[in-house]
Design a protein around this ligand. Structure first.
Ligand code: MN
Length: 727
């Protein structure tokens, strides 16, 4: 124990001299006493874990490790695992240290293997604590790292759960915060547990190839060092750490081991940004660069702050080597991300400048926390945490950063919501592409919009950015609502018209409130969605007259004093058995577009919609009712046809023959002529419009016939009944 204490203090003295060693020593003693006889599953005294966490933080921050953070690291499990209350920690070590310990203790209870909603909530809590004090996340990640390093001592179900959580939650979070070193270790340690067979196999294959590959790289390295020296560039050339998980993931995606492993190349670390580009010149001078493999992440840092030049070159023997070039500072950022930019004077707060380097990740998560549903929040996190990026340009060469797999439509929404919503097409590098095209690095994207264009449901299937998906969902919800409102309004207005009732706007609003709707619009929407029935609404609006409610209950036509009667062929407002007659003025047949006119005492008279007797002011709007054809197979309808033609002998007989050939019944036929012009009238009985058209077509083909019309006559409005009875 004394040894452990001494080695910790020595390490701090050496690498973080600013840290108050007396306070840290006091924390060590306090933690050692609090954990007392507790041991880790490995058999070591518990406090060895606290020390290990503190040392991981020292690796992460070096001289920037501050006293409160070092203290809190040592005390991080005191409240969670012993009966020491947080108040004691605060009394002994102050508010700042206690606040950090409290933050970590709260996170300890969060598990991420639960239902989506709970998972979202736990994520929110974790990210919220991060936005308040970054150091809580540092301790949490260091704690998890040490637990993963010693995971083999835990019982198997716990090993499984913790490894999955590490791979799915903590590794992506570390990645998003730019902490590549920790991320790499998280992924490799969890892979070792979760697919140990694949892990061992990879280890074996890497071992087999190692000597050969290292000899080869040593040769390349020598030539590069020579070249850099000759160019007067101070640089360090080194190998790159193996990352099992990334090889594993690429193999799972179908690539073969050799081609991936061979790419593990060299890294050149120089002093200045300018030296990076000069070093690149040396690399390209000594070896042939592979086209399309150069990436400048210095000019365009990744959203987790990563900066480097990447290039792949070919040796004379035809072997490929990937070379990364960066400054020492960029290297630190590449390995420790946000930790490289942490300074104690901010306390633990992530300030705007720091967050901007992360592409606003912390502020965004705070925003999202307030405004979204759990589903949308997880959706957002999946994009924000898990996805790789792709860079594309606007036609004006503005760079846009999108998640990998993003489409031109995502790009459009990134430019502006208005652009996204009105997108009809896209050109990538001058070529028209489908909206679901997957963007590639360096693509120049031109969005084609139209003011009439609107978002589609199926956009949700290929939009990758959470922001765009949320906007489209929101838009679709609003449109559905608007549709419901319009339909509901129409339903209610039609019903009220039929009841000859015209309530004031105020009465409508009042009825809406009485039925529990916030406003009239809500009432309309609920009507359309079937959450309210039209009867419920009408009862609120139509004053109860004598006996009227009873009549209304029987149906609106009864309310008008119309008796039910057996009648075939037509359905009025979905009601069967209403007294129906067919207007003689226009003689509709099934297939004609028809309208019902309520007549006093004679039920509903069915007219063709183009019948002049139903036009405009001839019929009061409230007398119109929608009707549908509903005829049985055997029913026929009489139609009077008027035929004009050039008079000749046997014209009448030929027309009658033509009609008979279509197998319809002729009820009456007659013909008269005057001045070589013949006019005939035929009443035929047909089942439907198609048959009638067949008959009319057959008549037209008869030699000498110039025209066939259905009878259409205007009834004089003052004597409607007599006029109708006339035919
Ligand atoms: Mn711990």
């Amino acid at each position: 124990m004394a040894e452990l204490r001494a080695s910790l203090l020595a390490a701090l003295d050496e690498r973080a001299p600013r840290v108050d060693r007396d306070r840290v020593a006091a924390c060590f003693d306090f933690a050692a006493q609090a954990h007392g006889g507790q041991r880790r599953m490995s058999g070591e005294p518990f406090v060895s874990h606290s020390v290990a966490v503190c040392l991981i933080l020292l690796d992460l921050l070096d001289a920037r490790l501050d006293t409160p953070l070092a203290c809190a690291a040592l005390l991080h499990d005191v409240v969670e695992d012993t009966d020491v209350p947080i108040a004691d920690v605060e009394k002994r070590f102050g508010r700042e240290v206690a606040g950090l310990v409290e933050g970590v203790t709260k996170l300890a209870g969060l598990h991420f293997d639960s239902r989506e909603a709970e998972q979202a909530e736990n994520f929110r809590k974790m990210l919220l604590s991060m936005s308040r004090d970054l150091r809580v996340i540092f301790i949490k990640l260091a704690d998890r790292l040490h637990n993963m390093r010693t995971i083999e001592f835990l019982p198997p179900p716990k090993i499984q759960r913790i490894s999955v959580e590490t791979r799915d939650i903590y590794a992506p979070l570390a990645h998003r915060l730019g902490m590549a070193g920790i991320k790499r270790e998280f992924e490799d340690l969890s892979l070792k547990v979760l697919d140990s067979g694949a892990y061992q196999e990879l280890a074996r294959r890497i071992q087999t190839r190692r000597a050969e590959r290292e000899t080869f790289l040593a040769g390349v390295r020598l030539r590069l060092e020579e070249g850099l020296r000759a160019a007067g560039i101070k640089a360090e050339v080194m190998g790159r750490p193996k990352h099992f998980y990334s090889i594993y993931a690429k193999m799972r995606a179908g690539r073969d081991f050799e081609s991936i492993y061979d790419l593990f190349g060299l890294r050149i670390v120089v002093h200045t940004r300018n030296d990076c580009y000069r070093a690149l010149g040396v690399v390209h001078d000594r070896f042939t660069p592979v086209a399309d493999r150069f990436k400048d992440y210095i000019a365009t840092p990744k959203s987790n702050m990563y900066q480097s030049l990447h290039t792949t070159v070919l040796t004379e023997a035809g072997e490929m080597v990937e070379v990364q070039i960066r400054t020492r500072e960029m290297h630190r950022t590449a390995e420790t991300g946000i930790a490289a930019h942490y300074v104690y004077k901010q306390g633990g707060r992530v300030d705007e400048e720091l967050d901007a380097k992360l592409g606003g990740f912390v502020a965004q998560t705070a925003d999202w926390q307030r405004t979204t549903s759990d589903d949308e929040y997880m959706d957002f996190l999946r994009t924000a945490l898990y996805q790789e990026e792709v860079f594309a340009y606007t036609p004006r060469r503005e760079l846009k950063r999108l998640p990998k797999g993003a489409t031109p439509l995502d790009f459009a929404f990134l430019i502006h919501t208005e652009v996204g919503q009105h997108t009809v097409g896209a050109r990538v590098n001058g070529e028209l592409v489908p909206l679901r095209y997957e963007l590639r690095n360096g693509d120049t994207v031109e969005i084609i919009t139209s003011p009439q264009a609107q978002p589609h449901d199926d956009w949700l299937q290929f939009l990758r950015t959470a922001g765009a998906r949320t906007k489209v969902r929101h838009w679709l919800r609003q449109r559905r609502h608007a549709d419901s409102v319009a339909l509901g309004r129409e339903m209610l207005e039609r019903e009220l018209k039929r009841l000859r009732h015209r309530p004031e706007e105020a009465a409508l609003e009042e009825a809406a409130k009485a039925l529990g709707c916030a406003d009239l619009e809500t009432l309309h929407a609920r009507l359309a969605e079937g959450q309210l029935s039209i009867t419920q609404v009408v009862r609120r609006l139509v004053p109860e007259k004598e006996g009227f409610a009873e009549r209304l209950a029987k149906g609106p036509l009864e309310a008008l004093g119309i008796a039910r009667k057996e009648a075939g062929g037509i359905r009025v407002q979905g009601l069967d058995n209403v007294m129906v007659s067919f207007a003689r003025c226009c003689q509709p047949v099934p297939g004609d577009r028809v309208v019902g006119i309520v007549t006093l005492g004679r039920g509903v008279s069915v007219h063709r919609q183009d019948c002049p007797n139903t036009f405009g002011d001839r019929v009061a709007p409230e007398r119109r009712v929608p009707v549908d054809w509903h005829s049985g197979p055997g029913e026929t309808f009489p139609v009077r046809l008027v035929v004009y033609g050039h008079d000749r002998t046997s014209l009448l007989a030929d027309i009658a023959k033509a009609i008979a050939a279509t197998a319809v019944n002729i009820r009456t036929a007659g013909m008269a002529s005057e001045d070589q012009t013949a006019r005939g009238v035929f009443v035929v009985e047909v089942q439907h419009l198609a048959k009638l058209q067949e008959v009319m077509g057959a008549i037209r083909k008869v030699k000498g016939v110039s025209r066939v019309d259905r009878r259409q006559r205007l009834i004089r409005p003052s004597h409607p009944r007599r006029a109708a009875g006339e035919a």
